[in-house]
Design a binder for this molecule. Structure first.
Ligand SMILES: *Cc1c(COP(=O)(O)O)cnc(C)c1O
Length: 481
């Protein structure tokens, strides 16, 4: 594709800026004054519109394609939710924090408070902060709360325990707070090995971090016992809520024995994600941790008004600016109130049904290392196809040509040739059937003509970039870099 710089024609313009009307012009520091015109492409408005529209059509997005990216919950988010966020766009984020500002921002403060209450109800927690800006940020906030608690109790703690199926952010967050990590392997039945877990638990363990259902899409039947064992050692239970889409209205982590949870609003509650944000990772806690929560906090007074209070002296302090990513919170609040209790229950039921439908219809052609009823996602292995030289990445490339965003591949790490499929509740049976047909065709081709995969995908402008370098070493400069 021609780059926008290559469309440049000297003298062509899209907009004309009005002449400056500030007089006298304020002095600028010499270092900031240009000595020539900037080297920008000289193009018309139409050139710019065509350029960016063409680029956008090369993207996969939920608005254009089925996007079964396991662990990511790439559901469709209704456009009405964007309208909800837009309602608040005119308000300056400083207003509630100014003296008397709370009286001008009762609506926004009510939303922060109401969302916290709704999330507390959904997760079974006592208090919620909506400050953290992502799931991983919520994890770090949660582990900091746990560290503050242990310190106040005079507990000497050194370790955080995670199962080997955990998302990489779990051990990373705990390590950033200063804990050493103990990893517990997965048993053949797909859940954390209970005996090995018992063996590593000592009074030096600060917390156990779990995702339930885990990244294999399995709900751990021993989860209560795992919480009890942790509590016997004065360790707290951290719930990674990224998979909350599987259990809305069915199980409340707080009721099971978890003490802290983060919720990914950009997965479960109405905000699309990808491309680095914006996200939001509210953290819910049981009462024993409430005094350590970040501030400022929004409280509801006895007269029904909302006020902003600074954080307590025990608090871990601020973890983000203002009250967090407000637009994302507005969408989550609208999502929860639009669906209501019944609607949220239906979300999880449909998400789980869809995943099981895909699992049942593909397990005769792909290996299913943990063959049991799954929750919102299922994890296959391309090990059978790999014996013919066709790997998970090849099947991913095949799906691109069929118009599907590939599932997550090579994660979780404990499954060789993993293909992790999360269809979400928003897809129709027709879409699921078309995807199943494409997956079955891939398996068929892997039997009959494995060499054919080497040339896939054929329909894309680029085919097989080095994915790590493509993400980490982007070069978006046109001139001299
Ligand atoms: C996405 C995810 C996270 C991290 O959340 P971010 O919002 O991406 O920081 C943590 N755990 C699991 C299981 C996830 O899927």
């Amino acid at each position: 594709m021609e780059l926008i710089f290559e469309k440049s024609v000297t003298g062509r313009r899209g907009v004309r800026l009005p002449a400056g009307d500030v007089s006298p012009a304020p002095p600028l520091p010499a270092a900031l004054v240009r000595d020539g015109a900037p080297d920008l492409p000289q193009v018309s408005e139409l050139d710019v519109v065509r350029h960016f529209t063409t680029l956008s059509r090369r993207n996969f997005s939920v608005d254009t394609h089925f996007y079964p990216l396991g662990s990511c919950t790439m559901k469709y988010n209704a456009k009405a939710l964007e309208e909800a966020a837009k309602l608040f766009a005119p308000y300056h984020p400083m207003v509630p924090l100014l003296p008397h500002g709370a009286s001008f921002s009762q609506g926004s403060l009510g939303l922060v408070h109401g969302l916290g209450e709704a999330l507390a109800e959904i997760t079974g927690m006592d208090e919620v902060t909506c400050q953290p800006l992502a799931g991983a940020h919520g994890e770090m906030t949660g582990i900091m709360l746990i560290a503050a608690y242990h310190e106040a109790q005079g507990n000497r703690k050194k370790y955080v325990v995670v199962p080997d199926s955990s998302h990489g952010t779990n051990p990373a967050s705990a390590a950033m707070v200063g804990y050493e990590i103990i990893t517990v392997p997965t048993a053949p039945y797909g859940d954390m090995d209970l005996e090995k877990y018992r063996a590593v638990m000592t009074d030096e363990v600060a917390a156990v971090m779990m995702t339930c259902p885990n990244t294999l899409g399995l709900f751990n039947p021993h989860i209560r016992e795992i919480c009890d064992i942790a509590h016997d050692h004065d360790a707290l239970m951290y719930y990674d809520g990224a998979n909350l889409n599987a259990i809305l209205g069915k199980v409340r982590p707080g009721d099971v024995g978890f003490d802290v949870i983060h919720v990914n609003l950009h997965k479960t509650f109405g905000t699309p994600h990808g491309g680095g944000g914006p996200g939001s990772g509210p953290v819910g806690v049981k009462k024993l941790l409430a005094s350590y929560l970040p501030g400022p906090r929004v409280v509801k007074n006895s007269d029904g008004d909302y006020s902003v209070i600074p954080h307590s002296h025990e608090s871990i302090g601020r973890t983000a600016g203002f009250f967090g990513n407000f637009g994302v919170m507005a969408k989550a609040f609208a999502y929860i109130t639009m669906l209501g209790q019944e609607g949220l229950i239906q979300v999880s039921e449909q998400a789980v049904l869809n995943a099981n439908y895909i699992m049942a219809r593909l397990k005769d052609v792909y290996d299913l290392p943990y063959d049991q009823t799954c929750m919102h996602e299922c994890v296959f292995s391309a090990a059978r196809q790999a014996r013919n030289g066709v790997h998970a990445i090849d099947i991913a490339k095949f799906l691109i040509d069929r118009g599907f965003h590939p599932p997550t591949v090579y994660f979780p790490l404990i499954v060789k040739e993993a293909i992790m499929i999360e269809p979400t509740e928003t897809e129709s049976k027709e879409t699921l059937d078309a995807f199943i047909e494409a997956m079955r065709d891939a398996a068929d081709l892997a039997e009959k003509d494995p060499a054919a995969f080497a040339e896939l995908p054929r329909t894309m402008p680029i085919t097989r970039p080095d994915e790590t370098r493509a993400a980490r070493e982007q070069n978006v400069c046109y001139f001299g870099c």
